[in-house]
Unconditional design. Structure first.
Length: 182
């Protein structure tokens, strides 16, 4: 991890040699991260900012949520065969950035409307995912929202949980209903 380093010139301390400057390196902890985007209010703010920045109509390919950022990949409104990415992190929006599409599938079959997904259920489902995988030490590392292709056309949310003992996931449908054990 990157740490800020503070260099202090300590020539006024009694232990200093006469007239000599001493440099002491003190490591400072990283600045505390902002509020987790897996919590209700920060997530709502991030999604509001992202949807404001994204050209309408929003036809999403994928949404990824972590504690630090929300990434939205959506169809370019004028170039129907292309996708652009917007990212919300630390209160700022980055994008649009072109997305390199790969694979043999048709873009139109992969797109979905953000309005059809209960993104507001992410914080509750994240807590449920931790409880199912490892209540003591589990942590949601990311949430991915996209179509479950090629096996299914429905839009799903997958909550990835990491812990020292066991990794796992929780899947939910677009309405926020859990889809069994992960």
């Amino acid at each position: 991890m990157t740490r800020q380093v503070l260099l202090l010139l300590l020539c006024t301390l009694p232990a200093c040699d006469r007239g000599a400057d001493r440099v002491v390196r003190v490591e400072m902890p990283e600045a505390a991260p902002g509020p987790s985007l897996l919590e209700q209010e920060p997530l709502q703010n991030a999604l509001r900012e992202l949807t404001r920045a994204t050209p309408k109509p929003i036809r999403a390919l994928e949404v990824v949520v972590t504690r630090e950022r929300v990434v939205l990949q959506a169809q370019h409104p004028e170039e129907r065969d292309s996708v652009v990415q917007f990212e919300y992190a630390a209160g700022a929006i980055k994008g649009p950035v072109p997305v390199d599409l790969r694979g043999a599938g048709e873009l139109q079959h992969n797109l979905f409307s953000l309005e059809d997904v209960a993104l507001d259920k992410i914080p509750t489902l994240a807590k449920m995912a931790v409880l199912r995988v490892d209540p003591a030490d589990g942590e949601v590392t990311r949430v991915v929202v996209r179509r479950a292709l090629p096996s299914d056309e429905r839009v799903e949310m997958r909550f990835f949980v990491k812990s020292p003992r066991r990794d796992g996931h929780l899947d939910a449908d677009a309405t926020g209903k859990p889809l069994g054990e992960g």
